[in-house]
Ligand binder design. Structure first.
Ligand SMILES: *Cc1c(COP(=O)(O)O)cnc(C)c1O
Length: 362
């Protein structure tokens, strides 16, 4: 059993208890293998079966067609910020939609590599809103190599309800939401996610890329080259075996216990509503950061009128076993990350704690 603490960390974050238990059960020896997943060769048959099963799970869950590659890469999302333009620009420029800390960072890395244009920037309102499709369509450069966006801004709690409607293929950082609901993969040249928010532990990044995007890679060092990485099924060198194994267990849970991402989405909507209902019904005691039309189902940043009670809130929450609720310094207050693996009961506890806290201090 876990120690009954609800972990609202933004990442690395809560994992499904079932996946952790399975890993624990089989840590000393994989069934029928007699050696730990931590000990076996990445070229061995048991590991080949693990990485193939992980890929199959991902393809099934996200309905990924044959003309997309699934890669398991290292270096986190941050390396993708640079690898994407290195591989995909092809002498052109790319359009960036800046909706928060992570897209801003992605663009500043891309700028070191090639030409980029910012087509929308929400910085003036401290990233609490999103562009409309009209704004985007008017701003997109039709000759752009790709349009880059961050579907869920983990720090600001701003989430695109649907993909931006533009005529240029999308490249999307879905790090803090991948697997939270179904997506229409055909709209993407690439969608990627570091695992440690909603897909597994730190150490592996899932990169889903259309074949014609993979084919764009110019001559680059092997480990930075999608064409080479994909040709070798992410095993150009030793991959992060244990992290990939955990992604397999997390996706097993999503498929078999939860019943798929559509079901997950229903649960995620219900969980987020519990918190937003408390915030909206608090008569201004709690203030959400993001505008209502784009607030995130994964990360819920909120604060109080002043920060005078912030410390008390965190201390009293910890006494109720509600942990890792401090907000990011750029937004202040609190942030409840309620990824797929956060049980409904955890969110219910937090919602009732917030109501009680308001009654006591409001
Ligand atoms: C956490 C996060 C990142 C950074 O991921 P690393 O793996 O630490 O590089 C990038 N984008 C988003 C949306 C994130 O939530």
């Amino acid at each position: 059993m876990k120690n009954h603490v609800y972990n609202f960390s933004a990442g690395p974050a809560v994992l499904p208890e079932e996946a952790l238990k399975k890993a624990q059960e089989n840590l000393l020896g994989l069934p029928g293998v007699g050696m730990s997943v931590l000990e076996i060769s990445h070229r061995s048959k048991p590991f080949a079966e693990i990485i193939e099963a992980a890929e199959m799970n991902i393809r099934k869950l996200m309905n990924i067609p044959e003309n997309y590659r699934v890669m398991f890469l290292q270096g986190g999302a941050l390396l993708q910020f640079a690898m994407l333009p290195m591989n995909l620009l092809g002498g052109k420029s790319a359009d960036y939609i800046i909706t928060g800390t992570w897209s801003k960072k992605a663009r500043s890395e891309a700028k070191l590599v090639g030409e980029t244009r910012v087509i929308w920037d929400g910085g003036e309102s401290n990233f609490n809103s999103l562009p409309t499709n009209e704004e985007l369509r008017a701003a997109v450069n039709s000759d752009a190599a790709y349009v880059y966006y961050t579907s869920n801004e983990t720090i600001q709690g701003v989430q695109f309800p649907t993909e931006p409607e533009v005529d240029v293929p999308l490249v999307c950082d879905a790090s803090s939401e991948f697997f939270y609901k179904p997506i229409n993969i055909q709209k993407y040249g690439c969608v990627y996610a570091c695992a440690q928010k909603n897909c597994g532990p730190a150490g592996v990044t899932l990169v889903i890329m259309r074949d014609d995007f993979v084919a764009r890679s110019p001559e680059l060092p092997s480990l930075l080259n999608y064409k080479k990485l994909s040709a070798e099924n992410s095993m150009l060198n030793t991959p992060p075996c244990f992290s990939i194994y955990m992604v397999k267990l997390v996706t097993d849970w999503l498929l078999n216990t939860v019943g798929g991402v559509e079901k997950m989405y229903e649960i995620n909507k219900a969980k987020a509503a519990l918190l937003y209902d408390v915030i909206d019904g608090s008569d201004g005691f709690y203030l959400g950061h993001a505008q209502k039309s784009c607030r995130s189902l994964m990360n819920v940043p909120f604060k109080m009128q002043t920060d005078a009670l912030d410390k008390v809130f965190l201390e009293e929450a910890a006494k109720e076993n509600l942990c890792s609720l401090a907000g990011h310094r750029s937004v202040g207050g609190f942030r409840a990350s309620i990824y797929n693996a956060m049980p409904v009961q955890g969110v219910e506890c937090l919602a009732s704690f917030m109501k009680n806290f308001m009654q006591k201090h409001g």
